[in-house]
Design a protein around this ligand. Structure first.
Ligand code: KG4
Ligand code: ZN
Length: 334
């Protein structure tokens, strides 16, 4: 079954072709980061308009690259939510219209399910069950995953998401948007031991997170130590954030008796998080699985893959709705 995947929930237009037998055939991405950089964050209206410009040329590009034609498609998957309503509508409208014209099913995919299953796009995918650490710009959750659509929330952030904390800290340190990669790069030249920042909720005994206090602590530190100390502050921030993510993930694995941990979402691209998690998990007999680096942040491949898992249940529909807010734990098992 050949599935076209379309991602347009935020500031990246991603498309991909996933075949349930042959695997991932092609994928392409257009990032709007440069456009939003001038505003210090994503401008929803500009994002929607740019998705309109990109989505069809990108789709033509991957069809040409893979030697496929529209007639070869068996279904189309698109991000139905959560995300920016106008941006979601671009992908949903394009996918539904094309599916209708081709008389094939279209399926709306949960963006976080896409992230969470992205490590399965691999020759050596993890088996179920596993614990998933979802760390994106909008979400931070620990989930127990027993199968596709069989998700139990173990814990989540009570305020800022991990990626949001990286972005806001980066902004305080005068770095651009998105802040995660820039902050992590700056931290590499800093001394993490010069300052110690709080590890919020490290010993709360549950699997919830809180990152807004960490951001406030950074603000206080910037005022006290000055912007000249930015590399050391960045290193201290990254240390604290990674510490909490690693300890909580390992505690969630222990609680669930899980031998496998999956990390997904933009912050999963963080090198320090990857190194520490892999090392400390291995010491406890837990294997950690990551998506390919390019599939940590938003992409079409994860939507095509998750869509392919759900395609058998896709119903032909003339109307459609996007879900800017959507609880992952409410999905149905397939
Ligand atoms: O998953 P994603 O592309 O979009 C959402 O669904 O939110 O995640 C984007 C987030 C941003 O907050 C970005 O700063 C963060 O992931 N990020 C990183 C790194 N690369 C991206 N955070 C820390 N270190 C990185 N290397
Ligand atoms: Zn995402």
């Amino acid at each position: 079954m050949l599935v076209l995947g379309v991602e347009s929930s935020c500031d990246e237009t991603g498309v991909a072709l996933y075949d349930s037998v042959r695997g991932l055939l092609a994928h392409a991405l257009y990032s709007q980061i440069a456009m939003h950089n001038d505003y210090g964050g994503v401008v929803p209206e500009l994002a929607s308009r740019d998705h309109i410009r990109r989505v069809l040329p990108l789709t033509r590009q991957i069809l040409a690259e893979s030697g496929c034609s529209l007639a070869d498609l068996d279904g189309i998957a698109y991000t139905q939510g959560p995300g920016l309503a106008g941006a979601l509508l671009v992908g949903a409208g394009m996918a539904r219209a094309l599916a209708y014209a081709l008389d094939i099913p279209a399926v709306g995919v949960h963006h976080l399910e896409g992230h969470m299953l992205s490590p399965l796009i691999s020759d050596t995918p993890p088996e179920f069950p596993f614990v998933a650490l979802l760390v994106s710009g909008g979400h931070t959750q620990l989930m127990l995953v027993d199968g596709v659509g069989r998700y139990t929330l173990l814990g989540e952030t009570l305020d800022d998401a991990a990626g949001e904390a990286f972005d806001k800290t980066a902004q305080l340190l005068g770095l651009g948007y998105p802040g995660g990669p820039a902050l992590s790069k700056l931290a590499a030249s800093g001394d993490a031991s010069r300052f110690t920042l709080p590890r919020p909720m490290l010993h709360s005994g549950d699997f919830d997170f809180s990152f807004s206090g960490l951001k406030t602590a950074v603000l206080t530190l910037v005022k006290k130590a000055g912007i000249g100390a930015a590399p050391d502050i960045a290193a201290a921030f990254q240390d604290a954030a990674v510490d909490v993510l690693v300890m909580k993930s390992l505690a969630a694995c222990k609680h669930s008796h899980a031998r496998r941990l999956v990390v997904a979402g933009g912050v999963g691209a963080n090198t320090q998080l990857r190194e520490r998690l892999t090392r400390e998990a291995a010491a406890r007999g837990i294997a950690v699985f990551y998506p390919r680096m390019e599939f940590c942040t938003d992409n079409g491949a994860m939507i095509a893959f998750a869509g392919a898992q759900r395609m058998a249940h896709a119903a032909p529909e003339l109307t459609f709705a996007v879900k800017p807010r959507w609880d992952l734990a409410t999905l149905e098992a397939v």
